[in-house]
Design a protein around this ligand. Structure first.
Ligand code: PLP
Length: 426
């Protein structure tokens, strides 16, 4: 493969006219494809259908602590759900609170609580002139939407293959008291699939924040979402690490079963130090008399224990792996050596992150749309929807069928090639 930049103008023009013809043919097919949604496919949702049979009208609906799950009570979550989720999140079961159906909701509430009431006696963030959050980029748009919603200034922190640039993180956190938080997706990150290295986690735990109410928002949404049995990433457990370093209160850890059972109908949890949890419980007891215990019971009985959940995740992986492989092999065979884009082959999670030539992402997404392929909006992976280089595109291979994906990946690479040629030709 010759890199596009090494081709002559004539060669590029000739290639362009060939690719344009190909593109017109594809357009003529009236395709309707979508690689924008990080959702499990129907086949994946079907894996959890047994959960619907776990609770019947004749079932005993009393949980381990002897409470009838049909009724009010047990604000923290039932014992068996706490055991399951604490094993999933690798924390002691006394350091977890089970919430409702969405971890994003818990993250929103956590920021909202800090805004209105402050953290452990510190000034409520809303009363301060300026509040800042560090945002490793590319990252998860819904994290950024929460901080934008509350008027919190967001600062881009570039991701490296080991996680966020820790020199920058330390510089901001340790010197600027307005920096109150950082969004982290530490394992199989959204969208790059990067897992933070041991050194990165150590450096997080060793942070000496300028603000006493600084918190790490550790969203381990893809903690057990491996694609391969023989190639799995390992992440150091942050709660224990912060405790060891003498900063037990510095982290809020979030998780949910959204991409394990049913997104929107799973269970979510927060894990944190005793002191943090005591404060959260206080607010919770005003907010609710308790979350959906029947759903907690259904999850606990369906999975049995963490081993059941791990086995279940292997079935997800069997469905997801060929889809990732399809997209990655099309990227490799069609774009390898052309030097018009780069990507990382992840070992887990839900996404492949593609970096186009600078200034090309928006045009590529628009081009793909012309041919009937919907991609995640360019810029979505950055705070305020603004990718300074206009280069990053998130690819979500989970939802389409394998056949659709093959076609979608071809449309994508064709769009990348055409837009890149225009860029090089100037
Ligand atoms: N966190 C990350 C990093 C995600 O990618 C997603 C969904 O895509 C969520 C959280 C949403 O989680 P939940 O369904 O528990 O609100």
């Amino acid at each position: 493969m010759t890199a596009y930049r090494d081709m002559s103008r004539e060669e590029l023009l000739e290639l362009k006219s060939r690719l344009e013809k190909e593109f017109e043919d594809v357009k003529g097919k009236g395709l309707k494809l979508d690689m924008s949604r990080g959702k499990p496919s129907k086949a994946q949702l079907d894996l959890s259908m047994g959960m619907m049979d776990v609770l019947k009208s004749t079932s005993d609906l009393v949980c381990e602590e002897g409470v009838d799950c049909r009724n009010y009570g047990v604000i923290d979550g039932i014992k068996e759900a706490k055991q399951l989720l604490s094993d999933m999140m690798e924390v002691p079961k006394d350091n977890i609170i089970i919430f409702g159906n969405s971890s994003l909701n818990v993250m929103y509430d956590t920021v909202a609580r800090a805004m209105t009431h402050g953290i452990m006696g510190s000034t409520p963030w809303a009363k301060l002139d300026k509040i800042k959050f560090l945002c490793p980029v590319p990252g998860y748009d819904r994290h950024f939407a929460i901080t934008e919603h509350f008027g919190i200034e967001m600062i881009n922190i570039p991701m490296t293959s080991d996680g966020p640039d820790m020199d920058l993180v330390e510089q901001y956190v340790e010197n600027d008291p307005a920096v109150k938080g950082i969004w982290c997706v530490p394992k199989y990150s959204n969208p790059q699939g990067i897992t933070y290295s041991d050194e990165t986690v150590h450096r997080f735990a060793k942070l000496n924040p300028a603000a006493e109410d600084f918190r790490i928002f550790w969203d381990n949404a893809y903690g057990i979402h491996h694609l391969y049995e023989d190639k799995q990433d390992y992440l150091i457990e942050i709660l224990m690490e912060c405790k060891k370093e003498g900063h037990p209160n510095m982290v809020y850890k979030f998780g949910s079963t959204s991409k394990i059972s049913f997104p929107g109908s799973g269970i979510a949890a927060i894990a944190a130090s005793d002191e943090n949890l005591a404060e959260i419980r206080k607010m919770m007891s005003v907010q609710t008399i308790g979350h959906d215990k029947l759903n907690q019971l259904r999850h606990a009985r369906f999975f049995g224990d963490i081993h059941g959940m791990v086995q279940h995740m292997k079935k997800h992986a069997d469905i997801l792996r060929p889809k990732f492989d399809t997209v990655l092999s099309v990227l490799e065979s069609e774009l390898g050596g052309l030097e018009i884009g780069s990507w990382i082959a992840p070992r887990g999670g839900y996404f492949i992150s593609f970096d186009a030539l600078d200034g090309c992402a928006k045009a590529i997404v628009a081009k793909a749309k012309e041919a009937g392929l919907i991609m995640t909006k360019a810029g979505a992976t950055f705070p305020y929807g603004k990718d300074p280089k206009d280069s990053n595109i998130r690819i979500a291979p989970s939802f389409p069928t394998p056949e659709e994906l093959e076609v979608a990946a071809q449309v994508f690479v064709l769009s990348v090639k055409l837009v890149s040629i225009d860029k090089i030709l100037g």
